[in-house]
Design a protein around this ligand. Structure first.
Ligand SMILES: [Zn+2]
Length: 682
């Protein structure tokens, strides 16, 4: 996914927050009132803050571009002084007079310019407040306001020039549009729940609105804030509003009523993908992509329950990404088809298999995505935990657990152990071993069936399996596929030691068995369950290419394609390379020549399912020994040239059929795992 880390994930909360949030300490919530004037064109920012801090000795931070110009408490001037700095953040300190509850601060300055060079990675880090007429983003992590406490309520009034619009998360209280050419846009927002920070966004947007009625509770205001050009794209803004409504209704039913009164889809000039309470802030370019509405939008909407509704106790690990991925991205695939859902589980397990040794971490230690290895655990393993949990306790108990967890923890911070408790109550049993092994242990089990035998016994057949796994052993319920007279039936078996012997009765003598062909258990997959996909060639360290055909024109086309396809410049090689060395090889050429070269090298022929259609076919060859071979077979040199742009984007596929530049069909080879023949022990 190119988007998906919620704004919450960018702020690690101090441990004390958990105490306050869980209600052990209940003082009057600290609050903040802000009146902000922002002129994005000149980047001028002025604000008046009224703070009710948690302590008399109040310390706060402001970005270095902002200076305090006045301070008073209950009408009396007080002294505010800088008290150190860290990088671009300056610490300020003020001693509140005895009896004074509220501090009034005037501050302002010229904000840094919007840094358009930021990529997705850069945006995931803490950003300074940034302004420009094409878009301004004042991130909560950027210290653009004095934060009264880790959790606080707020009201923000913002004023921008008439051609701009601005918002912060929260309920829209009032709004005035510019009248005439010289007016300003003003809007006021309130956030009555304890918040962890405020992000302010402004831009040259057109606003669109739909009101979503709710049978229980008031209506929800749905809005898009799109730049004019994006807003003018036929059906786009309306599509976002309708899809948002669909997601809000879905999760309202599944979990509990939507906890806010608005939801806005806001276009960003940066390639962001942030989910905040009541809104999502997504790159304008990204908003045009069809999968954003189908997947990422639902993911960000769901973060209003997980992350911005129930807060994450970061000290104890981030459960919210996994649960959100499970109930959004993964759930949509489940709705599509069983095969689509299996493909997602395969992708998670494949990413996990690719994590270099020593870079694996436990799920409990995942906080937020900082590199690919963390994502394999924090999103993939975490979402798979919920797949396994639902398999273990059943759909009904799982749903009850979800609803109870929401009911009990909304607007408080919660941890994995709170989730565990909710599911234990729903299931009516302890889930301690389950959570313990999946949360606290890094990696996963490597499991295999080492022996399978069967014996006829009073009209039935007793099947006996030896199951071995890596040490220390996991407690697992493993799906087992039994093949009897060409049919398959699925059972499950419980194991918990390095070597278990499992027996079960079946109706007839089985031919063989397969372990978890549907990939429902988190584990280290063996080679037979990892179908070769093109990415293995794309990222090869010393790739080679082989031309099966003659001719300068073909050689030129093949060389260009090889250069474009591999990340590291590939070396041309002779046909002997198909059976030499260990590094991946790409075989290219005209159809008839490719067939001859494959036969000559003793490799499997062109798959029958691919022969025929289109101008070019691409496939990976599954083989037990020898270098990995991928094949690109075209009807002429132009057919190869047509693949220059599209082919590198299909790393996740095992095979494709192209007509010119267009992929007619594609897929991943089926890989149900090793078939273990059952010995008839008569
Ligand atoms: Zn997310």
């Amino acid at each position: 996914m190119t988007v998906g880390v919620g704004a919450q994930a960018r702020r690690a909360l101090p441990a004390v927050l958990a105490v306050i949030a869980s209600g052990v300490v209940r003082a009057a919530a600290p609050s903040l009132e802000l009146d902000v004037e922002l002129d994005p064109g000149t980047r001028r920012f002025n604000a008046v803050a009224v703070v009710a801090p948690a302590a008399r000795d109040f310390r706060f931070e402001l970005h270095e571009s902002l200076q305090v110009t006045g301070a008073s408490a209950d009408g009396k001037t007080v002294r505010v002084a800088p008290a150190g700095r860290e990088g671009t953040i300056v610490a300020w300190q003020v001693q509140m007079p005895v009896g004074a509850a509220r501090l009034r601060l005037e501050y302002g300055g010229m904000l840094p310019a919007l840094d358009r060079s930021l990529d997705d990675r850069g945006v995931l880090r803490a950003l300074p407040p940034m302004a420009s007429s094409e878009g301004s983003f004042l991130s909560a992590a950027g210290a653009w306001y004095p934060q009264p406490a880790p959790l606080f309520t707020y009201r923000v009034a913002v004023s921008v020039p008439g051609d701009q619009r601005a918002l912060v998360p929260g309920r829209l209280q009032s709004e005035s549009l510019p009248s005439g050419g010289s007016g300003r846009y003003r809007a006021s927002f309130a956030f009555a729940r304890p918040a962890t920070g405020i992000d302010l966004m402004a831009g040259p947007w057109v606003m669109r609105e739909k009101i979503m009625p709710r049978p229980n509770g008031g209506p929800v205001r749905l809005r898009t804030y799109f730049p004019r050009e994006l807003d003018a794209t036929a059906g786009l803004a309306d599509g976002y509003l309708d899809d948002t409504r669909r997601y809000l209704e879905r999760y309202g039913e599944e979990i509990g009523a939507y906890p806010f009164t608005e939801f806005s889809v806001v276009a960003s000039p940066l390639p962001t993908g942030f989910g905040m309470a009541t809104l999502t802030y997504i790159g304008a370019e990204v908003l045009k992509l069809p999968f954003i509405r189908a997947t990422s939008l639902g993911h960000e909407v769901l973060h209003n329950w997980w992350g911005n509704g129930v807060y994450v106790d970061y000290a104890a690990g981030n459960w919210s990404e996994g649960l959100t991925t499970f109930m959004a991205d993964y759930a949509y695939k489940e709705q599509e088809s069983a095969a689509a859902a299996r493909a997602v589980r395969l992708a998670w397990l494949r990413d996990f298999a690719a994590v270099p040794a020593g870079h694996d971490q436990s799920l409990a230690s995942f906080r937020s995505r900082i590199h690919g290895a963390a994502a394999a655990v924090g999103y993939g393993k975490s979402a798979m935990l919920f797949v396994m949990l639902r398999d273990a306790i059943g759909e009904d108990a799982f749903r009850r657990g979800i609803r109870a967890f929401w009911e009990e923890h909304r607007f408080r911070s919660a941890s994995w152990s709170d989730l565990q408790a909710a599911f234990e109550t729903a299931a009516g049993r302890s889930l301690a071993p389950f959570f313990e092994q999946w949360l606290n242990r890094a990696g996963g089990p490597a499991v295999k069936i080492t022996q399978a035998g069967a014996k006829t016994e009073a009209g039935k057949v007793r099947l006996t399996l030896t199951v071995e796994q890596s040490a220390p052993a996991y407690t697992l319920r493993l799906p087992l596929e039994i093949v009897i007279s060409g049919r398959t039936e699925t059972r499950s078996m419980d194991v918990g030691r390095q070597r278990d012997v499992v027996t079960m009765l079946v109706d007839a003598m089985p031919e063989g068995v397969r372990l978890d062909p549907d990939l429902r258990v988190w584990r280290v997959l063996d080679r037979e369950q990892l179908p070769p996909i093109l990415r293995q060639w794309v990222i090869a360290r010393a790739p080679r290419w082989v031309l099966a055909s003659e001719g300068a024109d073909l050689r030129e086309a093949a060389a260009a394609l090889a250069k474009r396809f591999f990340e590291i410049p590939p070396q041309p090689a002779s046909q002997d390379a198909l059976n030499q060395g260990t590094e991946p090889v790409m075989l290219m050429g005209l159809h008839a020549d490719v067939d001859t070269a494959l036969a000559h090298a003793g490799l499997p022929p062109r798959p029958a399912s691919l022969a025929g259609p289109g101008s070019a076919q691409v496939w990976t060859v599954a083989r037990d020994a020898g270098p990995p071979v991928a094949v690109v077979s075209g009807k002429d040199a132009d057919a190869l040239r047509a693949l220059l742009a599209p082919l590198p984007h299909y790393g996740a596929q095992s095979w494709l059929v192209f007509d010119g530049r267009r992929a007619l069909d594609r897929g991943v080879w089926p890989a149900p795992g090793r078939f273990i023949a059952v010995q008839n022990e008569r």
